[in-house]
Structures are given as C-alpha cells and as structure tokens.
Design a binder for this molecule. Structure first.
Ligand code: XMP
Length: 319
C-alpha cells in the first residue's frame, strides 16, 4: 500500500544515502516544488542543506517576503537571500522578444546562483524540485516549447558548470502528489495550494519591454484579481489565474478627464498538468466586479479584458 507517509520516509533514507556528509545547495524559486524539496531534504540532512533564494524582482506581491519568513523563521533552514531585482531589470531593459527574455533571466539567474553557491564550502550536491512531468517533457519533446520552458526552471547548465551532483527527490511525483507531500511535511495550506508560477515570473506576463513601473502596476492589479477569486471561493477550482499587462494603451474617461492607459488581460484556466487547459467560465458579474475594482484602484490601467482561449490552440501564458 503506497502512502505519502511511506514515500516521505523512503525519500529521506535515499537522500541520506546519496549525500552522505556532503553539503547540498537548493535553489528556492518561491514556488511549491522547490519549497517541498527543500523541506524534505532538510528533514533528511538538517544543517547540511543551504538554500539560496534569488529575488529577481519579477515575483508576485509579497512573495519573496513570504518565502524568507517561511524558511528562516518557521523552519529555521539556512537561507541566503539575494536581492537582484536591479540586476535583472537592468539586463531586461530594451528587450521585448519572449525567448530572449527567458534566456537573459535564465543566464542571469545562473550567474547569481553560481556566485552564491561558490561561497559555500564543500558543496557537492544541487537539489531541485524536478517533477515527473518535467522529466518526461525534457526528454520527449524535440525543440518544442517544453524544452525551453524547463531551461530556466530547472537551472539548466548549473550542475555541469559547478561540478555538482543532482538531488531530485520529487522526480517520481506529479503536482497533486507534491502538494500532498507538502501538507505531510507541515507546509501551510495556502502555500501548498498555490497556483504554479513560471520561472521567468512576471517578465512573461508583460509582453514587450519589462520595466519596474510596469511590474508594479501588474503586481497591484494581479493582487486584486486573486483577492476577488479567493473571496468568491474559486481559487482551488482553478489551475492558474493571473493578469497580463498589455503593451497597448487605450482611451478612457475618469470624471471629466480623458485617460490614456494600459489594457490588462485577465486569464484563468483549469487543467490537470498544464499540457492542455480550458478557460475558466467566470460569471459576467464576477468579471465586471474585478474590472471595476482594478480600474478604480490601480493607476495605469483603464481597461480590462478576459481571455477566453483554451490550450490548444492558445498557451496558458501569453509569451
Ligand atoms: P504554457 O504557456 O506553455 O505553460 O501553456 C504551461 C505551463 O508552464 C508554465 N510556464 C513556464 N514555467 N518557465 C517555467 O518554469 C517558463 O519559461 C514557463 N513558460 C510557461 C506556465 O505557467 C504553465 O503552468
């Protein structure tokens, strides 16, 4: 009889066997997978684990603070927190091609991570929250988008360059199983139940050039959208919900004034694995209420639209 409790014990045994007394570095992304991997490995080897969290400035509102709090304060897991927002935004200046953005973010991430990891003496292993679908995707697709998808997510290139062996305790699990394991390990429910978030973060939710100002507008609008979804009790029915700040300005009116501001697109999909997806059928009342709140509360947005494209033929993200 397979249970998550048994899986956990077995995984802990295997991690101990694999790493012996070597030091393990784990890159935290702020997401569920890397967090669950880190907590599991910490249970197995305690102080031999150091986590590195690179803040790219492309996270959702309050996300980096939450990760730091969770790891440092609740779990007491050694965490190196690198503030690299200016570096990332600087490198992204003037770039609008989606794949170039991904490459820049991936390369910058590796540079920052590498520099931090080099300071950790006797580091022999690199831990990653690779899941079973990641393993499948990275071998079964030939040049398709999936390969690129995982290029940043799995910190590709790092182990070779750093001469580290990989520790991937979640390799046999699917997303829903990782969530069960996370609960088993005592991670808070709202953290474990979080929607997946792409490695390149908000950069691929700002088509065109990414700026600090646009990222701020997007964070504010997205917080309101997710807040409305939670209030309506719909968060757990949805695979991913997020906002996209479009590089298009349209005319509006506010009081007696004419406005000329950004369009914000709202997206929400149901899915089981992210490979196919259907758009979520919100009521018109719900969408109208979101639009009103966002336009009233967020400066820089004067029009809100809802994306009703399923995957295929669309993708979940806009870039
Ligand atoms: P798409 O947009 O291809 O997304 O339908 C499928 C799933 O993958 C996520 N995604 C990414 N994750 N790095 C990631 O780590 C990426 O570059 C990336 N692009 C898309 C997306 O959020 C969805 O869950």
């Amino acid at each position: 009889d397979w249970t998550m409790a048994a899986f956990r014990d077995e995984a802990i045994e295997m991690i101990r066997k694999q790493v012996g007394d070597g030091r393990v570095i784990c890159g935290l992304s702020g997401g569920v997978d890397s967090s669950v991997a880190a907590v599991l490995i910490h249970e197995a080897i305690g102080e031999q684990l150091t986590c590195v969290f690179v803040d790219t400035g492309l996270m959702r509102a309050g996300e980096s603070e939450e990760v730091v709090r969770l790891f440092r304060d609740s779990y007491n897991i050694p965490l190196i927190h690198v503030e690299a927002a200016d570096l990332f935004l600087g490198k992204l200046a003037g770039v609008d091609d989606p794949e170039k953005k991904r490459k820049i973010i991936g390369a910058t991430f590796i540079d920052v991570f590498d520099a931090e990891a080099n300071k950790i003496e006797n580091a022999k292993f690199l831990a990653q929250g690779t899941l079973y679908p990641d393993v499948i995707e990275s071998v079964s697709f030939d040049g398709g988008p999936s390969v690129t998808i995982k290029s940043h997510h799995n910190v590709g290139g790092l182990p070779e360059r750093m001469n580290l062996k990989l520790v991937e305790p979640l390799r046999e699990l699917f997303k829903d199983e990782v969530r069960i394991l996370g609960r088993e390990l005592g991670l808070p429910e709202h953290f474990v139940g979080r929607h997946p978030f792409p490695g390149p973060g908000l950069a691929i939710r700002i088509p065109g050039e990414v700026t600090q100002e646009k990222a701020e507008i997007l964070r504010k609008a997205d917080t309101i959208y997710l807040d409305e979804i939670r209030k309506a009790g719909l968060y757990d029915e949805i695979w991913q919900a997020f906002s996209v700040l479009l590089p298009v300005r349209t005319v509006g009116v506010m009081g007696d004034e004419r406005t000329y501001d950004h369009v914000l697109a709202l997206r929400a999909v149901t899915s089981t694995d992210g490979m196919t997806a259907d758009y979520y059928p919100f009521t018109h009342e719900f969408l109208g209420a979101c639009a009103t709140r966002i336009i009233n509360e967020v400066r820089g947005v004067n029009r809100v639209v809802y994306d009703v494209t399923s995957k295929p033929p669309g993708t979940i993200e806009w870039e």
